[in-house]
Design a binder for this molecule. Structure first.
Ligand SMILES: NC(=O)c1ccc[n+]([C@@H]2O[C@H](COP(=O)([O-])OP(=O)(O)OC[C@H]3O[C@@H](n4cnc5c(N)ncnc54)[C@H](OP(=O)(O)O)[C@@H]3O)[C@@H](O)[C@H]2O)c1
Length: 313
């Protein structure tokens, strides 16, 4: 990576934006922090790429993408908003610059794992994504985003079933899932649909995506007054640990991929910065919208983050 490369970071003052700025610096790149009062056209004309960390993205994604297109530079974001990912794919398929939505823990990591799990299978009958979080202290941005998404769905849930994203009513299923050791069998909430269910079907042939989240994390997220993440190490990471297991099923056969690590906000930074670095090195399509799994070699991408940021398998 050329260390003169300048990466504009929208939402740099936020929790995730801070991790992204630090990761860019660690890799010898030059972050250009942008905030609400920044003239995006001026900032992006002097940048080589833009990473959008300002959520809720329903307000920031389209204006930032439009500015990136005007400046002729790649756009990446870390949105977890399913509808924003879907809108981005629909609106910017013909964009003249690379656009990478949801290059993050949700939307990016599960997509990479699903792509790696399928391997040479042309299709699967079903993909299951099971997320185990030891706790979930949501940031202000996560809480605001959850509120916006809930309003948008008008009390309904969303799931990818029958080959499309559909709204569902009624209670989400309570069940259990046996994760690989050391997590083991845990109570989980089903139909906990995250941005992976919007990125995966854009390039993998699968009619059903089942999702599960450990119940303790759902309870943390839905607490009336949730507490924010607390930094416990020198990199500012919290004590939260995660494990994501993806199982692809085709007929009677199964393939799986697993990744674990520390702090879903912190790990988003190496995911999106690795993606920016690869895009600027000319990897993947040079125009249009594509997720991490579609744009890059999933196994190589995951390998590049291991073992520093992810433990695989
Ligand atoms: N997909 C994933 O796995 C993943 C991972 C991490 C984060 N995220 C998402 O990233 C977003 C940020 O999360 P966070 O944890 O960093 O939250 P945060 O600490 O609250 O930071 C939010 C940042 O966005 C900025 N911002 C918000 N609305 C804006 C607007 N309309 N225009 C310009 N700037 C705006 C804020 O600026 P001010 O300080 O001026 O308000 C702040 O810099 C959330 O939507 C979250 O869901 C997703």
């Amino acid at each position: 990576m050329n260390n003169k490369q300048r990466i504009a970071v929208l939402g740099a003052s936020g929790h995730t934006g801070g991790f992204v700025v630090a990761e860019l610096r660690r890799r010898g790149m030059t972050p250009v922090p942008c905030g609400r009062t920044t003239d995006l056209d001026v900032a992006l004309r002097a940048a080589d790429a833009v990473i959008n960390c300002a959520g809720p993205f329903v307000a920031t994604a389209a204006p930032a993408i439009e500015a990136a297109i005007r400046a002729g530079i790649p756009y990446l974001d870390v949105t977890a908003e399913i509808e924003v990912v879907a809108d981005t794919f629909a609106a910017y398929a013909g964009a003249a610059v690379p656009i990478v939505p949801a290059a993050a823990f949700y939307g990016g990591l599960g997509d990479l794992l699903a792509t790696a799990a399928l391997g040479d299978w042309p299709a699967a009958d079903e993909i299951t994504i099971a997320y185990a979080l030891s706790s979930w202290h949501p940031t202000r941005g996560t809480t605001a985003t959850g509120r916006v998404s809930a309003q948008r769905r008008d009390g309904r849930r969303i799931a990818y079933t029958g080959g499309r994203l559909q709204h569902l009513t009624g209670d989400a299923p309570d069940t259990s899932w046996t994760f690989p050791a050391p997590v083991g069998q845990r109570p989980v909430v089903g139909e906990f649909t995250m941005a992976d269910s919007a990125t995966i079907p854009t390039h993998l042939d699968v009619p059903e995506i089942a999702t599960y989240m450990t119940r303790n994390a759902v309870q943390d997220l839905r607490a009336p007054d949730p507490s924010a993440p607390v930094a416990v190490d020198a990199q500012g990471r919290s004590a939260q640990t995660f494990l994501v297991e993806v199982v692809a099923r085709s007929g009677g056969m199964q393939r799986r991929a697993v990744a674990s690590g520390r702090d879903i906000y912190a790990v988003t930074a190496p995911l999106v910065v690795e993606a920016a670095s690869l895009v600027l090195a000319g990897e993947g399509a040079s125009t249009g919208v594509a997720s991490l799994g579609a744009r890059f070699d999933a196994k190589a991408f995951l390998g590049a983050l291991s073992p520093r940021h992810l433990t695989l398998g």
